[in-house]
Design a binder for this molecule. Structure first.
Ligand SMILES: Nc1ncnc2c1ncn2[C@@H]1O[C@H](COP(=O)(O)OP(=O)(O)OP(=O)(O)O)[C@@H](O)[C@H]1O
Ligand SMILES: Cc1ncc(C[n+]2csc(CCO)c2C)c(N)n1
Length: 309
């Protein structure tokens, strides 16, 4: 039976046994080297956590104009020189010459890809896969030069390499945080959502997550997911949440630990039934069991988050 259950402000329960567990406290502090921070082209608005995030992620990549934003985030050359990405990639129509020259002179690998059938965001993900899963790719880059585009076809060489290599890879999970994927241009924002769903199907090794100045956004896979957090973290950092069926109509089989828990709940944008402005009331856990992947947004207080990551 379809149900909505309104809970008290705090709920204590034994966590269900679940193979997919997310620790919110640790979510932005991956404990292994297979992690990447990708900066897209909008102003960096997560100032209070930016430097910590940079330190927490192993690989740093800017998509085209994302490099301008990294450069402009710092007002002094000395600081800029400490936060130098590993790669810049894209059609290079947005990066300013001053920025390009600065990062080239600091040893950044800048790859031009002029292909107009995929975005700089997608090109960045393909590059990051090649970086982690094709060791010879890194050797190729170190033996060639920017002027020759490192021997990579500058139309869609990265996509071609990635497509050819992908079937042979034995992959490991990559924790991937993307800044500036949401807000600003609406078509780009929707593209970022498309990328969440696409990546979960074609490159499920990516654990993609978007951070904005107000929210953290991720895809909850079909089946059960247990989100755990400390009482302190919940009290200081977590506010509203949304379980958003952006990939199409689906059923939330059950939730446990939300202010408004649901059971066999048919959710869709067309039907006008979407769980927004919900919140976590589970003392240490929140559990979801969903039929198809759903977007989960969690409102976070960034100024407090900095103490936890
Ligand atoms: N206003 C925006 N809002 C959200 N995302 C953005 C916005 N602008 C750019 N992005 C993201 O940053 C990436 C790099 O953007 P940039 O402006 O440098 O290149 P672009 O040529 O305009 O974008 P693309 O070629 O990918 O369409 C884009 O692929 C996109 O994912
Ligand atoms: C049906 C269709 N719609 C839009 C574009 C345009 N486009 C999509 S990604 C991209 C890259 C920008 O760097 C551009 C221009 C296309 N090719 N095909």
């Amino acid at each position: 039976m379809e149900q909505v259950i309104e809970n008290p402000e705090s709920l204590k329960f034994e966590p269900p046994v679940c193979s997919h567990v997310l620790n919110l406290n640790k979510f932005l502090s991956p404990d292994h080297k297979d992690s990447a921070l990708l900066i897209l082209n909008q102003k960096i608005t997560v100032e209070c956590v930016f430097e910590k995030l940079w330190a927490n992620y192993n690989l740093h990549v800017c998509a085209d104009g994302g490099a301008n934003q990294l450069y402009e985030h710092f007002h002094e050359e000395e600081l800029r020189s400490k936060y130098v990405p590993d790669y810049i990639i894209g059609d290079l129509d947005s990066i300013r010459d001053e920025v390009l020259n600065f990062y080239l002179s600091h040893g950044v690998i800048v790859i031009s890809q002029s292909w107009q059938y995929s975005t700089d965001f997608t090109k960045s993900l393909q590059l990051i896969s090649l970086h982690f899963f094709k060791p010879e790719f890194r050797e190729l880059l170190s033996s060639e030069r920017f002027e020759q585009n490192y021997g990579i076809d500058d139309c869609h060489g990265i996509e071609t390499l990635y497509t050819a290599e992908r079937p042979n890879w034995s992959t490991r999970d990559i924790d991937m945080l993307v800044l500036n994927a949401i807000d600003g241009r609406f078509d780009q924002t929707v593209h970022s959502i498309t990328q969440l769903y696409m990546t979960s199907r074609t490159d499920a090794y990516y654990k993609l997550c978007y951070l904005t100045s107000t929210d953290i956004i991720m895809l909850i896979p079909s089946g059960g997911t247990l989100i755990k957090y400390s009482k302190d973290f919940k009290q200081h950092c977590v506010k509203n949440c949304g379980l958003l069926p952006l990939g199409g109509p689906t059923v939330i089989k059950s939730t446990k630990g939300l202010k408004w828990d649901v059971c066999n709940w048919h959710t869709s944008i067309m039907g006008g039934k979407v769980s927004s402005s919900n919140r976590f009331v589970g003392e240490s856990y929140c559990y979801f069991d969903v039929e198809d992947p759903l977007v989960l947004s969690i409102e976070l207080t960034l100024s407090r988050l900095v103490e936890f990551i």
